[in-house]
Design a protein around this ligand. Structure first.
Ligand SMILES: [Zn+2]
Ligand SMILES: [Zn+2]
Length: 256
């Protein structure tokens, strides 16, 4: 009987020769993705069986690199993957706070690929539901998620970043156009085309963060505005923010 947690702990031991230590749900291990001298990889498991990996070492290795070093696919982090026997699989978790069915999860990552927060989309947008809810990783929660980006004191508890930040940084470095849309769904539609880089901010119109400009120095930017007042205002705010650092170009889309 091998859970994702047990599988990954075994793989870490096999790869590094160091047995991960800690509690039943939280271990420290040698990171297999960088030259780690003392255990700087934390490996935790939520009560639904999802494994969460964070490298606290110098390079802050992305989870993808750790899994690659272990020779395991990313899907091995989740119960119900082909690596998990059927008896150990959990029911898929589609719950979100509005009570509707979660149909998409958009993950916001830092430069190293670590998940900072997520935006979940439900299947009832427009029928009295705003359709989106934000969450942040939290191992103390049964599902590994806390459905808020705000702390107890009401201040933002996460670092806000442009969607697909690592891809944005690469595209800017390689002088490729970065498209900016109003929402994650449009970003994903654009990214489905090979070679296209697209981004947006979480929480929609009016929530572009002024400090995002630092990721767009010298960038060739194409802003795709939604054709409603909120969309035009949002696009204008982004142009004003990025004009001093990059070369934004504004275009409209959609029959709104
Ligand atoms: Zn590492
Ligand atoms: Zn909903």
């Amino acid at each position: 009987m091998t859970t994702p947690f047990a599988l990954i702990l075994q793989a870490l031991y096999a790869r590094t020769g160091h047995a991960p230590r800690g509690t039943a749900t939280q271990k420290s291990a040698i990171c297999p993705a960088h030259d780690d001298r003392h255990p700087s990889l934390s490996v935790g498991v939520t009560s639904t069986g999802v494994v969460m990996i964070t490298c606290h070492g110098g390079p802050r290795c992305p989870t993808e690199d750790v899994m690659q070093a272990l020779g395991l696919p990313m899907s091995a982090l989740w119960p119900g993957s082909p690596h998990t026997p059927p008896s150990q699989r959990h029911r898929p978790d589609h719950w979100m706070p509005c009570g509707h069915h979660r149909v998409a999860d958009y993950l916001y990552r830092d430069e190293q690929g670590t998940i900072l927060y997520g935006v979940a989309r439900c299947d009832r947008k427009g029928n009295g539901c705003q359709g989106f809810r934000q969450w942040r990783p939290d191992l103390s929660k049964r599902t590994g998620r806390r459905w808020s980006l705000y702390g107890q004191d009401g201040t933002m508890a996460v670092r806000l970043v442009p969607y697909h930040l690592p891809e944005v940084i690469t595209a800017v470095r390689e002088s490729r156009v970065v498209m900016i849309t109003e929402g994650e769904k449009d970003v994903e539609a654009l990214r489905a085309h090979p070679g296209i880089t697209a981004t947006c901010n979480a929480m929609g119109a009016g929530k572009w963060q002024p400090d995002f400009a630092r990721y767009f120095h010298g960038a060739d930017i194409s802003i795709v505005a939604d054709r409603d007042q909120a969309g035009r205002d949002h696009a204008k705010a982004i142009v004003a923010n990025l004009m001093p650092v990059g070369c934004p170009d504004l275009s409209g889309h959609g029959p709104k």
